[in-house]
Design a protein around this ligand. Structure first.
Ligand SMILES: [Zn+2]
Length: 405
């Protein structure tokens, strides 16, 4: 939990009344030297202890007049034990011999006195149930202006990524906190040989209970088409890299003979919107004198760029001599958008979507037209023909429906 601390004491060296503000227990080992005498007050007697301390040393427990949860300043007050006993505070006493351990339970108050030169070492530790109260403890410390020994954020991150930590502890880290804040969390245990379906827009997390091999795939119900453009816009806005290009997806659906008329018409309206946006951006870029290149002339360079830039999801099984259409979409260096129809490449090896290519030119007006080029994979005519295919297919399907008896 914390780094061990070495304590070196002389005759009558004391550690004053103290309770760990993090709510942690600690263990102290007396390496060598003289005995150490410990006094402690159990957690349940806090009220009596607080009243007695207030009575004996009012100036030292000023915080107790306010509603500060941590009312006893650390290591600052030592009172004769008789004074506490007189005020009905239950105090216990232990004599620690060299070579022995003393464990101070969480929320106890403790103090100690050395009977001579002594070297000891202490460290805090946490039982796993401490996780259920740690956030409260840190909040109280903050409220009482008490400095923590460590950052709770760092601690939770370390635990969350520690391979030695069991699933029970791991799940305790966030779930307890979520439930406390009235977040409805459900839990499912997946057995080998079974499926788990995560509904759209759910938040999910999972923990393995041992070595496990699983396989996942996304799928789309047809109503996803009504919201897909918003989802891709939000990803672009949040600089979140998409797994696939929405343009490529819509083109594939538009030319798929298994797709019904309802889906086709939804795809069609989206493709038309994408087409007019594409046309507008290409016109703007053309006006700035940018070179246009067909991506087929550029496949080899493209392959390099794609392989380097998309290491995360690179598909090594894809043949190197793949056709123009097989080349993965470059990811915009600004918004992480995947561009399927066309994109911008700069001399400094940046890949940009058309929108950010145009912004780049606006920002760097001195860029030479030769230093930046638009790579076209799907020309405007090709996109148009894809749209027309979908249109005539819709006609065909509706005629077929009409001609049915
Ligand atoms: Zn972009």
């Amino acid at each position: 939990m914390t780094l061990p601390t070495i304590h070196v004491g002389m005759l009558f060296s004391t550690s004053c009344w103290y309770r760990d503000p993090h709510g942690l227990p600690w263990v102290e080992y007396l390496h060598y030297g003289a005995q150490k005498i410990w006094y402690s007050v159990p957690s349940h007697a806090e009220g009596a202890f607080r009243t007695a301390m207030q009575d004996v040393m009012p100036m030292h427990t000023l915080r107790s007049h306010s509603h500060c949860p941590i009312w006893l300043p650390s290591d600052s007050a030592m009172v004769p034990i008789e004074e506490l006993l007189k005020r009905n505070v239950p105090v216990s006493r232990a004599v620690q011999e060299p070579g022995s351990f003393v464990v101070i339970f969480q929320k106890c108050f403790a103090s100690s006195i050395c009977c001579g030169y002594a070297v000891s070492e202490s460290v805090n530790f946490a039982p796993s149930d401490w996780l259920t109260t740690c956030m409260d403890a840190f909040m109280m410390m903050e409220f009482s202006r008490e400095e923590a020994y460590f950052s709770i954020e760092r601690f939770l991150c370390n635990v969350a990524t520690d391979l030695k930590v069991d699933a029970n502890v791991l799940s305790q880290v966030p779930i307890e906190e979520l439930l406390k804040r009235n977040v409805p969390v459900s839990r499912a245990v997946q057995e080998p040989g079974s499926f788990v379906v995560i509904f759209q827009k759910c938040f999910a997390s999972s923990i393995c209970c041992g070595y496990a091999v699983s396989e996942s795939v996304n799928f789309a119900p047809s109503d996803w088409l009504t919201t897909c453009m918003d989802a891709f816009m939000m990803m672009e806005f949040s600089r979140e890299e998409a797994y696939f290009s929405i343009e490529r997806f819509l083109c594939n659906v538009a030319t798929d003979l298994k797709v019904d008329a309802n889906v086709l018409s939804q795809v069609l309206s989206k493709l038309e919107a994408l087409y007019s946006k594409e046309e507008e951006l290409l016109t703007n870029l053309k006006m700035r004198g940018v070179t246009f290149v067909r991506s087929s002339q550029n496949v080899s360079k493209n392959h390099e760029g794609v392989d380097r830039k998309n290491v995360k999801r690179s598909d090594s099984s894809r043949p190197k001599d793949a056709s123009n259409d097989e080349v993965e979409e470059p990811v915009c260096d600004v918004c992480s958008r995947r561009s399927y129809f066309s994109w911008v490449e700069t001399k400094s090896d940046m890949n940009l979507c058309l929108k950010h290519g145009e912004r780049f030119l606006k920002k760097h007006p001195k860029t030479k037209a030769a230093d930046i080029k638009v790579i076209i994979r799907k020309s405007k005519e090709e996109i148009r023909s894809c749209i027309n295919k979908a249109k005539s297919r819709i006609m065909e399907l509706s005629q077929r429906k009409l001609s049915k008896p």
